[in-house]
Write a protein that binds this ligand. Structure first.
Ligand code: PLP
Length: 406
């Protein structure tokens, strides 16, 4: 008996996230005689049966299901990207996942899918990542947004509402939302939760009732700052619409990016847990520091810390040496940026401030360096202690853990 085939026929037993992270999307490799996943860079695939191809393309146009049989063309699907999609779906506990060229391409596809169903109205809670806010506010795709507090979601929903969008923890304030309560407020309108900051290691929004999970895969999923990508995890019904939008509009993930993202997933739990440990310690020290007026660190943990300084945030940015002053996040190395100048610059100043993004706020993405090395760089970059400054949580030894609407 061939034990490999036997194993492949068996229904997969439930497995822990750490196990899925290294095995999901790779189930067929042993049967192929491979250990590392292959990278398929083909843009097109030969077929001598054009009648058969016509039938498969008709089925895709009607249904949006993944193509049965060999691939046809890179914009319709790629085997390497499909491995990443299967793996991410497993990690998020979703039926399916659909990958895109970037997080913004993924959000664009969701909005276009809803517009295609005649549902142009979106309800959203600030803060969101700056470009997500901008895409909704500008209505560039023909959508219209109503911004609300979490408590206002149910009242803002109209017959033509196609989506409710939130981020938790939010970029950049790390404000956390009660996703279960929000999903309840949404009724039958799909709730999209941007899970970029938490990753499925810390939070699986579908289990709380969200219908769509968005990732800027550029961040923790890739994890090494060298790949741009986006992905939506959802049910198969919504995934079919997204595949059709992707085919029509072309925002595909490059196969090399798919390869790197699959590889990134295998270390995701280890990276997130280690970064969380270091970030929690840095948040604790910052909260005790008289040069820091406020620290935001999520209850669920994670590698992101936001803090407000008494002095000029620009001086901290220009003084770091080990930490890299750069936008983006979720890499193995630590990055710091000033949201009011960069990631949220495109958001109207008043909207930015009322969402808690003060001009004093700095956002730190903690990597895998040693905590003492990071602290000595931050400590030096924060500069001398000034007379008369105080810290909200000084002496308490715990960072200020902001409630949902920080
Ligand atoms: N969502 C969040 C929370 C982000 O931080 C970002 C980018 O910073 C995006 C979405 C957009 O992703 P991308 O830059 O991959 O288009």
């Amino acid at each position: 008996m061939d034990f490999r085939l036997d194993a492949m026929d068996a229904a997969p037993a439930p497995r822990a996230l750490a196990t899925e992270a290294v095995h999901a999307g790779r189930e067929d490799l042993a049967g192929l005689g491979l250990h590392a996943p292959p990278l398929d860079l083909s843009t097109t695939y030969p077929s001598y049966d054009s009648r058969g191809e016509a039938a498969r393309i008709d089925a895709f146009a009607a249904e949006g299901a993944e193509l049965d049989g060999p691939p046809v063309y890179g914009r319709l699907g790629n085997p390497t990207v499909a491995r990443f999609e299967r793996a991410l779906a497993r990690l998020e506990g979703a039926e399916a996942a659909v990958a895109f060229a970037s997080g913004m391409a993924a959000l664009t596809a969701v909005l276009l899918a809803r517009l295609g169903d005649g549902l142009r109205h979106v309800v959203a809670v600030r803060p969101l990542y700056g470009c997500s806010d901008h895409l909704l506010t500008a209505g560039a795709l023909g959508s219209e947004v109503t911004w609300v507090d979490p408590a206002g979601v149910a009242d803002a929903i109209r017959p033509e509402t196609g989506l409710v969008m939130v981020e938790s923890p939010a970029n950049p304030t790390l404000a956390e939302l009660d996703l279960r309560a929000l999903a309840h407020s949404c009724g039958s309108v799909p709730l999209l939760a941007d899970n970029t900051f938490a990753t499925p290691v810390l939070q699986r929004p579908l289990e709380s009732g969200a219908r769509l999970v968005l990732h800027s895969a550029t961040k923790y999923l890739g994890g090494h700052g060298d790949v741009l990508g986006g992905v939506i995890a959802c049910d198969e019904e919504f995934a079919r619409k997204l595949r059709q939008v992707r085919f029509a509009t072309g925002g595909v993930l490059h196969p090399l990016a798919g390869y790197l993202l699959l590889r990134g997933l295998s270390t995701l739990p280890v990276r997130v847990k280690e970064a969380s440990r270091t970030a929690a310690e840095l948040a604790r020290r910052l909260a005790e520091d008289p040069r820091v007026s406020r620290v935001h660190y999520p209850r669920i943990g994670g590698g992101m810390v936001a803090f407000e300084v008494h002095g000029m945030p620009h001086e901290v940015i220009s003084a770091v040496r080990l930490v890299t002053p750069a936008v983006s996040l979720g890499s193995v190395d630590t990055l710091i940026q000033h949201p009011a100048s960069i990631s949220h610059r495109i958001v109207d100043e008043g909207d930015r401030k009322s969402a808690g993004v003060s001009d004093k706020l700095l956002r730190l993405s903690v990597g895998l360096e040693d905590v003492e090395d990071l602290w000595s760089d931050l400590d030096r970059a924060l500069g001398p202690v000034r007379e008369g400054t105080s810290n909200r949580s000084a002496g308490r030894g715990e960072p200020v853990r902001e409630a949902a609407q920080a």
